[in-house]
Design a protein around this ligand. Structure first.
Ligand code: OAD
Length: 264
């Protein structure tokens, strides 16, 4: 496949042909994939990191210093995500992954929307869908900061107002935290290894809605490229990956993923 930039019907057709013909596809998604569901992205004009400082909210030091502030922010994001549903982009990806069994969706998103779409896309009687690899964790889970026990969050609370107590671990009474990866923390080694293994073996890496500036996730598409696979990017804006993309499609993931992935 030639190296082509910019969106034309031709590019979209070629990207579709590459994806539909691929045997093994790895998909890397970021916050842009959930933008059409109403989940704010991190960077860009309306991004969360314009209004909030990551170091005050999304670091282990911030949690040690002011766990209530951190919880207030995560309760707000939890309530926001609880009101959102998978959009046509999530649905197209989930259905494609069901039809093409060797597809792995790797996401940096913590909103759980790919997982919801995967479960909702499977019909009764289908084999269990392969769930996406959630590299940065899941906002809908709590993890004990003392003993490490993980559980689904018990209550999806409404908007946070005023100070609240810190939830405690039912096993050891340690302070619970959201089960997400914060700045300065390592990703789950086993998940990461699985993601890179899929990237090494993929014919195509489809990268959707990520600014591709956060490592190690941003290296997943490079791994596929270096092993001789193709890189197809879907994003309304160029990213650091764009110059290396085999095909780079400018647009929103909802409509574009349907056009690329749905059966003819
Ligand atoms: P960013 O907010 O950095 O990037 C979002 C990307 O989505 C941008 O490139 C936008 O152009 C694009 N975008 C916006 N709307 C879109 C749409 N409708 N369809 C497709 N693309 C769209 O989010 P991430 O790349 O996911 O990490 O950020 C990576 C990590 O940085 C996050 O997982 C988070 C953050 O700090 C942690 O919290 C560990």
């Amino acid at each position: 496949v030639d190296r082509v930039q910019g969106l034309s019907a031709d590019d979209a057709d070629r990207a579709r042909a590459v994806l539909q013909g691929a045997e093994r596809v790895v998909v890397l998604t970021g916050a842009g994939t959930s933008a059409e569901s109403g989940v704010p992205t991190f960077r860009g004009e309306e991004g969360l990191w314009r209004s909030f400082r990551p170091e005050e909210l999304a670091t282990p030091e911030a949690f040690a210093r002011d766990p209530e502030l951190v919880w207030t922010w995560y309760r707000w994001r939890r309530s926001l995500v609880a009101d959102c549903s998978p959009n046509p982009g999530h649905v197209a990806l989930a259905r494609f992954a069901l039809r093409h069994g060797a597809t792995t969706i790797v996401t940096q998103n913590v909103d759980g929307l790919h997982t919801r779409a995967a479960i909702e896309a499977a019909d009764v009687g289908d084999p269990a869908p392969a769930l996406p690899l959630e590299l940065h964790g899941a906002i809908g889970r709590d993890r004990c900061s003392a003993c490490g026990a993980v559980r689904e969050a018990l209550v999806l609370e409404g908007p946070a107002e005023g100070p609240r107590t810190i939830p405690r671990c039912p096993i050891c009474d340690g302070p619970l935290r959201p089960d997400v990866v914060w700045f300065g923390e390592a990703l789950d080694a086993e998940l990461l290894e699985r993601a890179f293994e899929r990237a090494r073996g993929a014919d195509v890496c489809l990268v959707v809605g990520t600014s591709a500036v956060v490592q190690p996730a941003a290296s997943i598409p490079i791994t596929t490229l270096e092993r001789g696979g193709a890189l197809i990017e879907v994003n309304p804006e160029p990213t650091p990956l764009t110059p290396r993309a085999t095909i780079s499609l400018r647009g929103k993931s909802g409509p574009l993923l349907g056009a690329l992935l749905d059966p003819a």
